[in-house]
Write a protein that binds this ligand. Structure first.
Ligand SMILES: Cc1cc2nc3c(=O)[nH]c(=O)nc-3n(C[C@H](O)[C@H](O)[C@H](O)COP(=O)(O)O)c2cc1C
Length: 242
């Protein structure tokens, strides 16, 4: 039950160093996490599943020696890949060209295909093209102008587009965290690290940018987590409507 998984998942800072995870089961949970939704289905993310204890030991100092990393059985680094936008847009479009005829009546194909071609062939390049921040500034100016007379996307600078990708990647991460809970495994999401050092140790491609590291293992019974703090939900819940 989702309810139980949400209760079980904690940010675990001390793992049982005597118990190792099954790498294949972790890999399967990562594969399932890829079913998470991503903006425009662009899937501009990747993950590095680190099972080598030596590499984990080398990563620990770059993660400020956090106990979750020092005691982890495995680590997973999630990153966004904004540099691959063109290839992914082409892949989605190629899929749509094959898939449309399977699901829609023939007389609708040209119209639906034209919509997809327009979306992935024109709008996505307009939003995702990058170059030293200049494209983003141009986009913002263009959309601000058009926005005077009609609704437009506002988050269009290159920095804002990276936020778009981190949002999607975070959904993949959360799916993975819950999948790991279902497996009976524990995790700790981390952003406390020196991203440049971690990227170098992992050999991240130029353009890729870390979203989060996930330390994985079995929670230690000797160093249990404390209580769980959440703000009163009423502070965060706003109902609009009856
Ligand atoms: C994006 C993100 C970054 C985090 N970074 C760290 C971190 O560097 N070190 C750490 O011990 N916990 C980290 N956490 C875990 C949070 O502190 C933890 O989720 C929060 O205190 C709530 O506890 P719970 O997850 O057990 O409910 C991070 C969580 C998120 C979502």
């Amino acid at each position: 039950m989702l309810h139980d998984l949400l209760q079980h998942r904690r940010a675990v800072r001390y793992f049982d160093t005597e118990r190792q995870l099954d790498s294949e089961r972790v890999r399967r949970r990562l594969e399932e996490a890829a079913l998470a939704p991503t903006s425009s289905n662009m899937q501009l993310w990747e993950c590095y599943h680190i099972t080598d204890p030596e590499l984990i030991a080398r990563l620990a100092p770059a993660c400020f020696d956090q106990s979750a990393v020092r005691t982890a059985s495995q680590l997973v680094a999630f990153a966004i890949t904004p540099q691959r936008w063109r290839a992914h847009a082409e892949a989605v479009l190629a899929f749509q060209r094959e898939d449309l005829p399977r699901h829609f009546p023939e007389d609708k194909w040209p119209k639906y295909l034209a919509l997809q071609e327009n979306y992935y062939g024109k709008l996505i390049p307009l939003l995702y093209r990058r170059g030293w921040g200049l494209w983003g500034q141009l986009r913002r100016a263009l959309f601000s102008l058009v926005g005077l007379v009609r609704p437009v996307p506002r988050e269009t600078t290159e920095a804002a587009m990276r936020t778009v990708l981190h949002k999607s990647c975070a959904l993949v991460v959360q799916s993975f965290l819950l999948g790991m809970s279902e497996e009976g495994y524990d995790t700790c999401p981390l952003e406390g690290y020196d991203s440049r050092r971690v990227a170098r140790l992992l050999g991240l491609e130029c353009g890729s940018e870390l979203t989060m590291l996930i330390a994985c293992g079995y929670r230690s019974t000797e160093r249990p987590e404390g209580g769980r703090f959440r703000l009163p939900f009423a502070q965060q819940y706003h109902r609009i409507g009856s």
